[in-house]
Design a protein around this ligand. Sequence first.
Ligand SMILES: *[C@@H]1O[C@H](CO)[C@@H](O)[C@H](O)[C@H]1NC(C)=O
Ligand SMILES: *[C@@H]1O[C@H](CO)[C@@H](O)[C@H](O)[C@H]1NC(C)=O
Ligand SMILES: *[C@@H]1O[C@H](CO)[C@@H](O)[C@H](O)[C@H]1NC(C)=O
Ligand SMILES: *[C@@H]1O[C@H](CO)[C@@H](O)[C@H](O)[C@H]1NC(C)=O
Ligand SMILES: *[C@@H]1O[C@H](CO)[C@@H](O)[C@H](O)[C@H]1NC(C)=O
Ligand SMILES: *[C@@H]1O[C@H](CO)[C@@H](O)[C@H](O)[C@H]1NC(C)=O
Ligand SMILES: *[C@@H]1O[C@H](CO)[C@@H](O)[C@H](O)[C@H]1NC(C)=O
Ligand SMILES: *[C@@H]1O[C@H](CO)[C@@H](O)[C@H](O)[C@H]1NC(C)=O
Ligand SMILES: CC(=O)N[C@H]1CO[C@H](CO)[C@@H](O)[C@@H]1O
Length: 790
Amino acid sequence: MLFSDFPLLLGLLLLPTLFLAPAFAAKQSYVVYMGAHSISPAGALAASSSVRPGVLDKTDHCQFLASFLGSTEKAEEAMFYSYTRDINGFAATLDEEQAAEIAKHPNVLSVFANKPRHLHTTHSWEFMRLERNGQVKPHSLWETANYGEDIIIANLDTGVWPESQSFSDIGYGPIPSKWTGSCQNGVPCNRKLIGAKYFNKGYSSGGGKLTPETQSARDYEGHGSHTLSTAGGNFVHNASVLGVFNGTAKGGSPKARVASYKVCWPKIDQLGGCYDADTLDAFDAAIHDGVDVLSLSLGAEPSPYFDDGIGIGAFHAVRNGIVVVCSAGNSGPQSGTVTNVAPWILTVAASTMDRDFASFAELKNGLRFKGASLSKPLQGKGFLPLISGAVAKAANANETAALNCLAGSLDPRKVKGKILVCLRGINGRLEKGQVAALAGAAGMILCNDLADGNDLIADPHVLPATHINYTAGLAVFAYLNSTSAPLGRIDGPMTELNQKPAPVMASFSSRGPNTITPEILKPDITAPGVNVIAAYSEAVQTVDNRTTPYITESGTSMSCPHVSGVVGLLKKLHPDWSPAAIKSAIMTTATTRDNTRHPMVDESALLKATPFSFGAGHMQPTLAADPGLVYDLGINDYLDFLCATGYNQSMIQIFSQAPYTCPNNTNLLNFNYPSITVPNLSGSVTVTRTLKNVGPPATYRARVVKPLGISVTVKPRSLKFQKVGEEKSFSLTLKAKDVGFPKDYVFGELLWVGGRHHTVRSPIVVASSAVKKSTAGDIQQTVQNIENSL
Ligand SMILES: *[C@@H]1O[C@H](CO)[C@@H](O)[C@H](O)[C@H]1NC(C)=O
Ligand SMILES: *[C@@H]1O[C@H](CO)[C@@H](O)[C@H](O)[C@H]1NC(C)=O
Ligand SMILES: *[C@@H]1O[C@H](CO)[C@@H](O)[C@H](O)[C@H]1NC(C)=O
Ligand SMILES: *[C@@H]1O[C@H](CO)[C@@H](O)[C@H](O)[C@H]1NC(C)=O
Ligand SMILES: *[C@@H]1O[C@H](CO)[C@@H](O)[C@H](O)[C@H]1NC(C)=O
Ligand SMILES: *[C@@H]1O[C@H](CO)[C@@H](O)[C@H](O)[C@H]1NC(C)=O
Ligand SMILES: *[C@@H]1O[C@H](CO)[C@@H](O)[C@H](O)[C@H]1NC(C)=O
Ligand SMILES: *[C@@H]1O[C@H](CO)[C@@H](O)[C@H](O)[C@H]1NC(C)=O
Ligand SMILES: CC(=O)N[C@H]1CO[C@H](CO)[C@@H](O)[C@@H]1O
């Protein structure tokens, strides 16, 4: 599952979709998860590296494993990680029987295979109203939060390119004293980039080769530098993407300190990915080092909470006050594809910005089609001969291959000096440009096929090029057929702002419902994730051997660090807010409307989008700083949540290592989440929530946008808050107007409106227990119908 919808040839490592099956049922690496160490989270933070009571160290883990394997020597050989800080457990190479035996031990919560997860790519800040005309807006969140100064933001990703100007430390003071992290092999850190560590034992235990590149936190891929600079990169003026774009690149918290924990490794012999055993050790290190915000742009299929390295690691981070932000995945538009669904994670979908990199395909017959590009402009204003790949076919080649501009399928004598028209599909977009350039083309028009419809990517091609949609492509092919001497030209690229509508939900962004716990709406929020410009690794070469310090990428990988950057600002402004309060503030102040004031639409179907694509809506950072009220949650609430989802008390005690009793009446619907989802309504149901005041004294009144066919009653209808920290509860009763209704998910909103300018908004999502929920198949059908009617 790739979390970055990035062109094939540049994104060398972003494509693995294979899950590893052990060659023979013999030995495999596993994570043995034993919950928390029996110390309080506060103790964990205060303690230094000295031995702490109740903490199991490597020797303890070894002895435990030896009791199953027969000797300490065997245990030492099998074990490759011992998690000894906040997370309690270890990773080891075991056979299936040994793993099953260990799983039966009462101190063991889960034993799961060390699976790889995969990587899911700056005008964005102006779009989110922190800037105006490239200038910081007065009184914006950037100013009030002092650009996230000294907040420590880290990611778990492919490492970092330390020489990037985004991580230069010019103008930075001493490193915050709480920081205990450090930098390893080959990455020179400074006062901006304060940590860089790598975790490769899970990768190598799965068969990954250890080379100099896999024994360093340096980024040889680009993804990690991109995401880290989006969250916390400096202001960098005149940042250029292969010499075309020139603007100021910057992160969400431009004055934050950043750290990189490298857990994602290249795909060599099908073995790449971000292994759970490595991810868990990185979480344990990051918690201990003192990070404030963790950003993860990676994932796999959702799995039960105790079998999921990201879910477990994130719980330990959250119980230490760290906010964990994750990408939702790039498996949309099918429903039920969202991942990283634990309720303690802030899960981010992707949408567009109002910026286009416009490049026009012009035909001599007067037609002009707007496309997307970040390629060099065509020299000269005159028209050039146009030729389709199919017509330029080499004598021995097949027509489909030539139409798609595959390597070796074109006759250079026919292509030379012309603009080549290629169809999208089969090979990578950038590869087509390279094939065109090698055949001597002066330019390229890339036309979408039916399946890609209206999805356009601004690529840095090696020759002047533009990428147009399916309908425009049909018109170009019709023109080619209509004349014996077709002529055309390419005009652009140019940056166009204020495009409408925006944001639009990206078709690749993974959709709800949540397949692990349908009562929790996922994703939580959406942020810009299409054509995002940020730092890159100069170890990566484009197909024509160029390198670039900045590049555009698309994916929920790119939207996730936008939210991480804003979390840094909120942490700076409100150091006492819990991770749940920060998350609530971001969610309840989001908008579900685009810049035409209409409800946001879906790029895939151009229909109204739903909370299953955008969660609470599009993030509005300045409003998030002052939400008025929050739906707060503490660690015990998360434990109650686990009781309600069916984990028993003894398991939860091991998980948290604190005295804990499951409540007698647990009800998932009453979990104090900032959104309300009832997936199984039968007749009527009452859910409760508690609001906490974080603003001035005010009286809030409830307003409801009813889901179709549902009556909604809120009690009480108004809540009066007199001081900060005050909590008030209310109930919400949902009643279907007819039996067996609604036939599919329906959507509404609950708003608490108070004071001069506070609106606390929650999505309401309801389906009846009696009916079949919409499936991936249904949504596919809708998309297909719409494409067929284009
Ligand atoms: C901006 O960058 C371009 C090349 O990327 C360079 O030619 C130009 O001089 C730079 N301008 C400034 C003001 O630094
Ligand atoms: C395809 O692009 C053209 C611009 O060339 C635009 O007019 C048209 O609306 C686009 N098609 C769709 C379905 O958006
Ligand atoms: C032509 O090439 C395409 C793409 O490589 C391939 O799928 C197809 O099978 C080929 N057709 C023939 C007749 O060889
Ligand atoms: C152009 O001509 C080719 C070959 O005759 C045909 O397959 C194709 O459908 C035509 N395209 C359009 C858009 O008319
Ligand atoms: C890129 O570099 C490689 C190795 O040096 C060379 O073989 C290749 O021809 C170069 N490609 C281009 C497009 O210049
Ligand atoms: C709790 O659940 C675990 C795993 O399902 C089981 O082994 C154990 O017996 C249960 N404990 C109690 C007290 O029910
Ligand atoms: C649950 O119910 C039992 C028996 O009714 C009672 O003894 C116990 O105190 C209750 N526990 C909690 C946490 O309310
Ligand atoms: C809804 O209720 C039915 C019947 O009670 C149950 O089988 C199903 O698992 C429930 N689904 C959810 C999402 O809770
Ligand atoms: C080469 C290029 O695109 N230069 C542009 C850089 O940005 C300024 C405005 O921000 C333009 O005026 C230049 O033309």
